[in-house]
Design a protein around this ligand. Sequence first.
Ligand code: KIV
Ligand code: NA
Length: 264
Amino acid sequence: MAVTINTLREYKQKGEAFAVLTSYDATFAQIVSEAGVDVILIGDSLGMVLQGHDSTLPVTLEQMVYHTRCVAQGNRGALIMADMPFMSYGTVQQALDNAAQLMRAGAHMVKLEGTDWMKDTIRALSERGVPVCAHLGLTPQFVNKFGGYKVQGRDEKAAELMIEHACALEDAGADVILLECVPSPLAARITQAVQAPVIGIGAGADTDGQVLVVHDMLGLTTGRTPKFVKNFLAETGSVQEAIAAYVKAVRERTFPAEEHTFKA
Ligand code: KIV
Ligand code: NA
């Protein structure tokens, strides 16, 4: 049965963790969905892992549409989430026009990075039938404002602000929240504070779901490996088995372990 937003809500209600991975092409989409990954993310991380840029900023909507089409061809029942790239949702109208292109290409949900300024945008998308994932914490499109890729929400003031933003975006219509590189106690608080399923990366073991860039979990990281990454290919014999091991570890909550987690 195809995964829908209701499937993710049921997981949250039952306390069952679900697995998310990125894919950018049909082959990976098929392998990942057949391995039991519930959500496939066409991440704008493709700007780094496919295109070789040092940030996600150069990625265009046209490129996201192309990769979303490729993934939709290979997908076998996962929910397809597509990133809206940098400055493709600067205004509400832009967000509507550009989300429409991603939905037509096969996405079931779009993901936007930001804080409470996105309320009107999320409400407009949601009211018109576009489910939204709100990405908070380390939002890579803001790398130039952050001055680097840094863990977010480390002091109590920043933590409380992030909880407020998550709640405000849920109220505006966000169906899923994604937290990147936040201390695990904060991720746990946000997961409790919202009804929406929360997906984490570098956010500890207490979120409702986990996501990794597929290249990273296959040991294909070039440069420094982030703390939250685990190479699942190292302990298995094939890409298929590595992805199955990741799904199992997420469901059993053995991944992420302490060593993959920011405590404060
Ligand atoms: O672009 C991406 O792959 C992402 C995940 C790392 C959450 O946004
Ligand atoms: Na992204």
